[in-house]
Design a protein around this ligand. Structure first.
Ligand code: FE
Length: 329
């Protein structure tokens, strides 16, 4: 009797470790990731525990926790943030033929620390009553004096604009980029907005004629207010292509479950998960074999700038400096 009791106590003590669990630190909105986590759990029995916060605080948390961190996977948005996570030593390289086959080279870290999972374009939006698409062409064109008092932008302290300017620096050099950003500042209709949605609404109300935002904010807004007179225009189609960025994932440096963490990210890159991951946020699947949601596809096909997204990170400091010097708030 004593023996049996000892055995069952031992079983009870070890029982919780049988349930497989992955801890995911994520700056992607909870409502966008929860259905994906649920689908993975249903398929594999692995529980995904989501810890949500903004990218900066999550990276600081990972760094502070070091080898004691419970996190196995890190998910965030923007190549600028993902690049930062690598610089901080928070991720480990993933050697996966599945991920290399599923995710194009420009949408992943050249050293394989992270892989893009969904794609957003940062492009031009315009008031359809006041602007004809034939008047639009490139990001640089928005610096032309014809847009004086008509352009709206989000603030420069946001990583999306830092990434856009970082990529412009790589493509066009310091002098030309500085000229363009100064031109933008000169053309502003009102002070920069704290977020893309507020900026888009200002275009819809006619307060601004043109602006730059991420495609999914447009998708969300038009879902709610389909009659707003806002059009989408894919920038730089005669040049390098429209600036795209990603949300992406990596395996944490100190995970004790690297193989399982990798499996989860591989699954996210495949046919079962890509639409689930992208569609809820009006994004493009990063895996080119997967078609975007019809709502997103109806915006039209466009040429992407295929420069590696990590350039957004490596040029970030220079971009921030340049925007500051241009008086871009
Ligand atoms: Fe966003």
């Amino acid at each position: 009797m004593k023996k049996i009791l000892a055995v069952s106590v031992a079983l009870l003590a070890t029982a919780p470790t049988f349930a497989e669990e992955l801890v995911v630190y994520s700056s992607r909105a909870d409502n966008l990731l929860r259905p994906v986590a649920a689908a993975y759990q249903k398929k594999t029995g692995v529980t995904i525990k989501l810890v949500n916060d903004k990218a900066g605080p999550l990276m600081e948390k990972l760094k502070a926790e070091g080898s004691n961190s419970p996190a196995d996977v890190f998910i965030t948005v923007d190549g600028g943030n993902l690049w930062q996570a690598v610089q901080m030593g928070l991720l480990r390289p993933i050697n996966s033929s599945t991920l290399k086959a599923n995710i194009p080279a420009n949408l992943r870290d050249p050293q394989n620390h992270w892989f893009g999972l969904s794609v957003r374009a940062r492009t031009i939006f315009y008031n359809t009553a006041k602007v004809k698409p034939s008047e639009l062409s490139s990001y640089a064109n928005l610096a032309d004096p014809k847009w004086k008092g008509r352009l709206c932008l989000r603030t420069s302290n946001n990583v999306y604009n830092q990434s856009l300017v970082g990529v412009m620096l790589a493509n066009q050099g310091q002098q030309k980029t500085a000229q363009v950003v100064k031109g933008w500042v000169n053309n502003l209709a009102v002070a920069p907005f704290p977020d893309d949605t507020a900026m888009l609404k200002a275009i819809g109300s006619g307060r601004c004629d043109v602006g730059i935002a991420n495609t999914y904010y447009y998708g969300r807004l038009m879902d709610k207010e389909p009659n707003l007179p806002i059009g989408i225009f894919f920038a730089d189609q005669q040049g390098k292509g429209t600036h795209v960025n990603v949300s992406g994932a990596g395996v944490t440096k100190h995970t004790k479950k690297a193989a399982q963490a990798q499996k989860f990210i591989e699954w996210l890159s495949g046919s079962e998960a890509q639409n689930l991951f992208a569609d809820l946020n009006h994004e493009y699947p990063a895996n080119p074999k997967i078609s975007p949601d019809p709502k997103v596809a109806k915006w039209g096909k466009f040429k992407q700038d295929v420069i590696n997204v990590s350039v957004a990170g490596s040029n970030q400091k220079k971009a921030v400096m340049l925007m500051k010097q241009a008086g871009y708030q």
